[in-house]
Design a protein around this ligand. Structure first.
Ligand code: GRF
Length: 191
């Protein structure tokens, strides 16, 4: 299955996919909305072609940029696009331009702690503030709405009494890497 991976920063989920090195999972392009991020180094290290498509390159027009992302995925023959730490909402023009499936990974048990502003450590702070005794990660389909498409898979992670946002984030991140690879394997075999 030909994959396109959309990234914005660290790229540890991208790295987990590439390190898994499964013959049936074929990453063919990485697209970043930000230049000079670690995820681009990860792509280069593994010899995966990468493109940076910034809104500023399209005169600030997010819709035009997102259509270009969709076209770039189509041009690369991508069947499944993964938002792996991609930090912007995709405009309807993306979904019009890209005919394949798009999935996202989010570091909580959606629908809990998703939606606007729920990025990075903010998610884990919200979990700690809510007093939840478990959290986790979710892989879900992406449509035009944020963190809202049907859930494909989840993993549960305990919240420990001595956790702070950083320790919780680290434990969830490890679990989400395994969840993402397992979900991709499942999607390739159930095609
Ligand atoms: C991950 O926690 C992912 O669930 C969320 O953003 C983070 C990205 O991390 N959507 P990385 O860039 O894959 O390291």
């Amino acid at each position: 299955m030909r994959l396109g991976i959309l990234v914005s920063g660290r790229g540890s989920n991208l790295e987990a996919i590439l390190r898994a090195d499964r013959p049936e999972i074929e990453p063919v392009v990485v697209i970043s909305n930000r230049p000079a991020v670690r995820a681009l180094d990860v792509a280069a290290r593994h010899g995966i072609p990468a493109q940076v498509l910034r809104r500023a390159d399209f005169g600030g027009d997010a819709s035009a940029r997102d259509a270009a992302i969709g076209r770039a995925l189509g041009d690369a023959g991508v069947e499944l696009a993964i938002l792996a730490g991609y930090d912007q909402l995709l405009a309807p023009s993306y979904f019009a331009a890209f005919g394949g499936r798009t999935i996202n990974i989010h570091p909580s048990l959606l629908p809990a702690h998703g939606g606007a502003g729920m990025l990075g450590l903010a998610v884990h702070r919200a979990v700690l503030e809510s007093g939840d005794r478990e959290t986790g990660a979710t892989v879900h389909e992406v449509g035009a709405e944020l963190d809202a498409g049907p859930v494909l898979s989840q993993v549960r992670v305990p919240v420990r009494p001595d956790d702070d946002a950083e320790t919780l984030a680290a434990r969830v991140l490890e679990a989400e890497h395994a969840l993402l690879v397992a979900t991709l394997e499942r999607l390739t075999t159930s095609r």
